[in-house]
Design a protein around this ligand. Structure first.
Ligand code: CU
Length: 124
């Protein structure tokens, strides 16, 4: 029993559980689209959403951000369900994907969504 406990302790010392690897997802914003416009995630998996823009756009995904687990350090980057992304000012959001579903994404800037600047996050 003592030997078994020692062996277990040694195993834990030698191989501490690795933190869940984050998958990076790049989303580029431009006039007037998200690339890709369908973002795919697996429920419960860790991601870094890397947002870039060639102009002033927002990544509006209120239902997604409300449902996902957002890293505390990144919560302040989200305001009223959206993230403003300026040209040359990338934003990273570390998060854990929520339950399966399709969550709408849109740029909230005036008329941008009607010009086609919409997308979705599909969690499976
Ligand atoms: Cu826009």
């Amino acid at each position: 029993m003592i030997l078994r406990s020692t062996a277990l302790a040694l195993t834990l010392l030698i191989a501490p559980p690795a933190p869940a690897a984050e998958t990076r997802i790049d989303v580029a914003m431009s006039n007037f689209k998200f690339t890709p416009d369908t973002i795919r995630m697996k429920a419960g998996q860790a991601y870094v959403l890397h947002l870039t823009s060639t102009g002033g756009h927002s990544f509006g995904a209120a239902t997604f951000f409300a449902a996902a687990k957002i890293a505390p350090a990144d919560r302040a980057k989200i305001s009223k369900g959206k993230i403003e992304v300026g040209a040359g000012q990338p934003v990273d959001i570390h998060l854990t994907a929520p339950a399966a579903g399709s969550y709408p994404v849109r740029c909230t800037h005036f008329l941008h969504a009607s010009f086609g600047m919409t997308g979705k996050i599909v969690v499976s």
